[in-house]
Design a protein around this ligand. Sequence first.
Ligand SMILES: *[C@@H]1O[C@H](CO)[C@@H](O)[C@H](O)[C@H]1NC(C)=O
Ligand SMILES: *[C@@H]1O[C@H](CO)[C@@H](O)[C@H](O)[C@H]1NC(C)=O
Ligand SMILES: *[C@@H]1O[C@H](CO)[C@@H](O)[C@H](O)[C@H]1NC(C)=O
Ligand SMILES: *[C@@H]1O[C@H](CO)[C@@H](O)[C@H](O)[C@H]1NC(C)=O
Length: 298
Amino acid sequence: MKAFTSLLTCVGLFAFFSSVTAEVEPIEIKGSHFFYKNGTAFFVRGIRYEPFGYELSNFNPPPDPLGSGILCRRDIPYLSGFNINVIVVAYIDRDKDHSECVNALADAGIYVVPQVDAGVNSYLYVWNQETFDYKIGIISSLANYSNVLAFRMTAAGQQPTDLLYFRAAFRDMRTYMSEVLHRSIPIVLSILPEEQEKDTIDYIWCHDDAADIVQLWMGNSVINCTSDQNIEDAVDFAKSLSGPIVLEGMRCDLYIGEFDDRNYEFMYDVYSDKGAAALSGGILDTYYGDWNESMTFG
Ligand SMILES: *[C@@H]1O[C@H](CO)[C@@H](O)[C@H](O)[C@H]1NC(C)=O
Ligand SMILES: *[C@@H]1O[C@H](CO)[C@@H](O)[C@H](O)[C@H]1NC(C)=O
Ligand SMILES: *[C@@H]1O[C@H](CO)[C@@H](O)[C@H](O)[C@H]1NC(C)=O
Ligand SMILES: *[C@@H]1O[C@H](CO)[C@@H](O)[C@H](O)[C@H]1NC(C)=O
C-alpha cells in the first residue's frame, strides 16, 4: 500500500514512553501449540480484561485498562489467584503510558493480547491511512514489552469482501513490525465457530497473509454456559487448521433472579487430554462483568 512509507514519520509520536524493563520467558508457536522458549508447553488460561458499559465510538472511547498502574496492581493478585496467564484487552489508548501496568503483569507472568481494531472507526473494514495509523500506533506503543503475546483483530461475522481487508492488514502490520520495529509478534484473528466462518478461515489460511493464531468466539452460543457440544465442535474445527486455536468468550451468563447453578464443567473439556491435543486453551468472559444490570457475565 502506498501509505506505508509515509507512515514512518508517525512513529516518533509514540516513542515518548520507552521505559521497558520487565521480561518474561518468550512464547513461541510450534505447529498448533504454544511453548515457552525453554520448551515447556504453554496453554492459555485467559480472561477478557476490559470495563464494560461503554459504547465503542469515536466520541466515547472506554477507559484503557492498561493505562492505570494503580488499577492493574489492584487486579493482578486476583488474576494470579485465578491462575490466569493471559488477558485480552480491547481498547488501548495510544497516548497513555502502559509501562507500569504491563511490567507489573510481566512480573506476575501474565501475557497480554491487545486488540488493534477496537476504537476509532475501527469497525469500518477499510484499509486506508487512518485504519493503518490506528493499528500501527497501538502496535508501536506495545511491541517492546516481552509479555505481549499477540495482537488481536476480529473478523466475526464479516462479509467475504472484507477478507481482502484482513489480508492487507496482516501483511502491512507484519511488514511494519519486522522492518520498523524489528519485532515479529503473532497476529490473532477472532472468528465465530459457525459454518460460514469456516470459509473465512479457509480463504485467509490459503494465502501468505494468514493470521498466526485463531480465536473462536464461543459467546454467541452461550445460554447458561458454553456447552460441551460447542467445545467438541471447536475441537473438530481445530483439526483443520495448522496454527494454535484458542477459545474465547467462554462464560456462563446469569440473569438476575435466576438460581445460580453454574458449574463451569466445560472447562474440564477445554483442558482435557482431548481438548488440549487440539486447542491451546481458552479465554473467559470477563474480569469486569457489570455492563448490564439485568445479567452477569462470568
Ligand atoms: C522500543 O525499543 C526501541 C529500541 O529497541 C526504542 O528505540 C523505542 O523507542 C522503544 N519504543 C517504545 C514505545 O518504548
Ligand atoms: C520454562 O519457563 C516457564 C515460565 O517461566 C516455567 O514455568 C517452566 O517451569 C520452565 N520449564 C523448564 C523446563 O525450565
Ligand atoms: C438456565 O438453566 C436453568 C436451569 O437449567 C433454566 O431454568 C434457565 O431458564 C436457563 N436460563 C436461560 C437464560 O436459558
Ligand atoms: C440487558 O440484558 C437483557 C436480557 O438479555 C436485555 O433485554 C437488555 O436489552 C440488556 N440491556 C442492555 C443495556 O444491553
